[in-house]
Design a protein around this ligand. Structure first.
Ligand code: CA
Length: 265
């Protein structure tokens, strides 16, 4: 079955509505007394210096550690180094914000992303959420509102954010994101790049069923023109390498009529 753009847009809009109701408390719901802690790193990717400095000022005042990037490739590099949240302008020189979000999600990185844009059409909001953004802010914005959203998202994601963690361990299976390697009993399993990325995305969402659409988008990218069987083929290969070749307990579960779930035994 070919991916239906309409169904993707529909699911994006329903997720958007969900998020809007979650964040309905709005900017005035700032909890005074909640200290962010200096260790929380927020990357501000914004080429407009005045806006960047305004955001740095407000975030630092709230106790966040603000780091800055003025162009797309710098932002991508800094985000890969590990940040707790990314405030991402869409119109960046070099690599644009949408492309950065897409790339980071494709690499299995799970840090929250807030898209900041001057555009306000719904289509952009849909694209932003389809690319895996957690929130969306339209310019002109109030810095207080942005800080409130940053705080809400960090609180919601709790300590689940793994962007700084480079190795995840699930029993005998170890996923080393720095080395881009999956190991069983300490030995490299020898996964192909897409197999590895698929495993990273599934493992980053352990216990959560991910649809074939979502997996296509996160691993192959939004523009990928293949069909959902691509996902099935790669899951089959992953199972062969992990379960058959290395006798790992079944961890990649089929969710019938939907997709797949990583759930280690
Ligand atoms: Ca810009």
């Amino acid at each position: 079955m070919k991916r239906s753009t309409r169904s993707m847009a529909r699911s994006a809009i329903s997720r958007l509505r969900e998020r809007e109701s979650l964040s309905h408390r709005g900017p005035d719901a700032v909890d005074a007394g909640t200290s962010a802690g200096m260790s929380t790193r927020v990357l501000i990717a914004e080429d407009d210096r005045a806006i960047r400095e305004l955001l740095v000022h407000h975030l630092e005042r709230e106790g966040y550690r603000a780091i800055e990037a003025a162009d797309g490739s710098t932002a991508l590099r800094m985000a890969r180094d590990g940040v707790d949240l990314l405030l991402l302008d869409v119109g960046l020189p070099g690599v644009d914000g949408f492309e950065i979000a897409r790339t980071l999600r494709r690499e299995g990185r799970t840090m929250p992303i807030v898209i900041v844009t001057a555009r306000s059409e719904e289509v952009d909001r849909v694209v932003a959420f389809e690319l895996g953004a957690d929130d969306y802010v339209t310019k002109p914005f109030s810095p207080r509102e942005v800080v409130a959203r940053v705080r809400a998202i960090l609180r919601r994601s709790g300590m689940k954010d793994d962007s700084l963690k480079t190795t995840r361990k699930f029993g005998r299976l170890e996923i080393d994101e720095a080395a881009r390697e999956a190991r069983i009993d300490g030995r490299d399993v020898g996964l192909k790049p897409r197999e590895y990325e698929l495993l990273v995305v599934l493992a980053a969402n352990a216990g959560v069923a991910l649809s074939r659409d979502t997996l296509l988008e996160r691993v192959w990218g939004y523009d990928f023109d293949g069909d959902e069987r691509t996902v099935d083929v790669h899951v089959r290969r992953l199972r062969m390498k992990l379960v058959e070749q290395h006798q790992l307990d079944a961890c990649l579960h089929t969710v019938h009529g939907f997709g797949y779930k990583f759930a280690p035994a």
